[in-house]
Design a protein around this ligand. Sequence first.
Ligand code: EPU
Length: 279
Amino acid sequence: EGMTLQQGIKGIELINDDGNCLEVVVGAGESWHDWVLHAVERGWNGVENLALIPGSVGASPMQNIGAYGVEVKDHFLWLEAVNRKTGELQRFDHAACEFGYRESIFKQRERNLWVIVRVAFALERNAPLHMEYGAIQSELHHLAPQEITHKDVSEAVMRIRRSKLPDPAELGNAGSFFKNPILHATAFQEVLSNHPNVVHYPLEDGSFKLAAGWLIEQAGWKGKRRGNCGVHDKQALVLVNYGEATGQEIWKLAKDIIQDVRAKFGVELQPEVNQIRVS
Ligand code: EPU
C-alpha cells in the first residue's frame, strides 16, 4: 500500500587522489555492494568489511551501516541531501550527520526530511586491514598474515555473511531486526549475575553491548516460524518473511520477542529497522 519511490542516481567519481588518500563521490542510487566491489577491485580500501550489505549507497549513512568492526562513519566525508520541504540541496559534513550505532540525524531527529543524493567517502590505498573478528581470522587462517589483502578480507566477509544471513532476493528480511542493546555497568552486572554466559562486549565508555542474537536464541525463538514469518534459523537477530506476511504480522512477532526477552532477561530490545505506517 502507498507509493514507494526508488532512488536511481548513479555515478562513482574519484575527485581527489594524493597517491594514498582518496575522496570518492558516489550517487545515492548505486547498489552498496556493487560500490564496495568497485572500490576493492581498484585498491581503494576501507569499506571491504562492509561487503554484501543489501541496500543503496544513499541508505548507508542513514543508519550508519556496520559490520565486522567497520562502520560507514569511519570512511564518511560528506553527503548532499535535498530538503523535502524547501527543495534545497544541503551539504552535511561528518559532525552534522550525528552518527551513532546504527543511527544518524536522518533516522532520528530529522527523519523523513531529507533525500540523500550523493555520498563522499575517504578511502586509502594503504588502509589498515580490519581482522579483529574471530570469524574473519578463521576464514583466512590458511594465509600468511603478510599475504592477506583487502580483497581477501572482503571475500571472507562475503563467505561469513552467506553462511548465516539470508539473501533478501531469496528470503525476505531486513538484516538484523534489533540492535544489540547497550547497558550501563550496573544494569549489565545484574544481567551477568543471573546469566553468567551472556555474550557481551565491553565498550570504551564503561558500558556493555550484549549480543541480542544470543538473548533471542536463549529465549527459544531461533528458527521459530509463525504463519508466514519467523526467526531465521542461523541468526536469531534476523526476522524473515516466508511469503506474504504483512507488516502487522512481522511487527507482532517483533513485539512478542521484545516482551519475552524483557521478561526473561530484564533487557529492552530496540528495533534497528524503521517502521513505516501507511494510513
Ligand atoms: N549469537 C547467538 N545466536 C544467534 C546469533 C548470534 O548466540 O542466533 C551470538 C553469538 O555468540 C555470536 C554473537 O552473538 O558470537 C554475535 O553474533 P554475530 O557475529 O552474528 O553478530 P551480531 O552481533 O548478531 C552484528 C550486526 C550485524 C553485523 C554483525 C557482524 C547489529 C544489530 N548487527 O550482528 O549487522 O553483520 O554484527 O559485524 O549490530 C545489521 O545491522 O543488519 C547486521 C546484519
